[in-house]
Design a protein around this ligand. Structure first.
Ligand SMILES: [Zn+2]
Length: 306
């Protein structure tokens, strides 16, 4: 099995002293790559360019297109406090631009998978954003933007069946809302049902839902994940996997209780299932806010790419 890693130095978000106000570790991507850089089997490539502004604007509703240009709604989406003297240009350069590079990585990963080489984008997996809303640290729904671009370029058609497997600790409300009326997109979502986001409309959109209580450990998690994966069939043109590592016991936000080895095992289970069904696969970063997040991503990549 061969999996390409998609990474760019521009993914890294350096928010300086503001990091004391927020759990987001924006420098995680570079830490992961530093550990993988010298491994022979692992091929690391950069997206050729940032996602064009037009691609983002085509996806956004007219309201979101305007809101994303203002400091207050962006800071609210990032769950950061309002900071009066902070210029919008700083936010755009330090936080939004790296995320747009992350979107470009998702598109590049999807193009790679569709042409025969599965790919793991270290960034992306911004599964709380949708055309009408930026929230939960997510500004741009990278899967939705990439899907739109792939249809525009003819690399996908509107009739192609797409699968989104979300194993981040949080429910992927943004993906559910983005594809709320698209019956060609199947959603499998394993999430902590006791935490954000708890919107019934998006939860009901999930085709194969695995809601779990806070404190769920690795054994039950992996059993439930396996049972959910068994419900899948072949025939999908592409699968996106939102591989957030906030399911770790050491994560401050996810509320679940997996070890690093169990997270890597979840990645392996998902990948083995998708390969058995011959579905081209893209892994995406998703959330992960604890001290072991980078280690779990590295372990997962070794399981899948090794
Ligand atoms: Zn999450």
């Amino acid at each position: 099995m061969s999996v390409k890693i998609i990474y760019h130095d521009n993914y890294n978000i350096d928010i300086g002293l503001l990091k004391f106000l927020h759990p987001f570790d924006g420098m995680k991507f570079g830490k992961v790559v530093a550990q993988l850089r010298h491994e022979k089997l692992i091929d690391i490539v950069e997206p050729a360019q940032c996602i064009p502004e037009a691609a983002v604007n085509n996806f956004f509703s007219s309201l979101t297109r305007r809101l994303v240009l203002h400091k207050r709604p962006v800071l609210e989406a990032l769950e950061a406090p309002y900071i009066p003297l902070l210029p919008y240009s700083w936010l755009d350069k330090r936080i939004l631009l790296p995320m747009r590079w992350g979107v470009a990585g998702t598109l590049a990963a999807a193009q790679s998978a569709l042409s025969g080489v599965d790919a793991w984008n270290l960034a992306g997996g911004y599964h709380h954003a949708n055309p009408h809303s930026m929230e939960g640290f997510c500004i741009y729904n990278d899967i939705g933007i990439s899907y739109q671009q792939l249809i525009a370029s003819g690399e996908l058609t509107a009739d192609d069946k797409i699968l989104i497997i979300d194993i981040d600790a949080h429910h992927g409300n943004g993906n559910a809302r983005t594809f709320i009326d698209n019956t060609n997109v199947t959603l499998l979502d394993v999430y902590n049902a006791d935490i954000y986001p708890n919107t019934p409309v998006s939860r009901q959109r999930v085709d194969i839902a695995v809601p779990l209580p806070t404190g769920t450990g690795g054994e039950l998690y992996l059993n439930k994940l396996s049972a959910a994966l068994e419900q899948l069939s072949s025939g999908y043109k592409l699968a996106f996997v939102v591989a957030g590592t906030d399911v770790l016991a050491t994560d401050p936000l996810g509320g679940l209780s997996l070890s690093v080895a169990e997270v890597a095992q979840s990645h392996r289970l998902v990948y083995q299932c998708l390969k058995a069904l011959h579905i081209p696969t893209v892994f995406l970063g998703g959330g992960g806010y604890g001290k072991d997040s980078a280690a779990a991503i590295v372990a997962g990549i070794r399981e899948v790419a090794g």
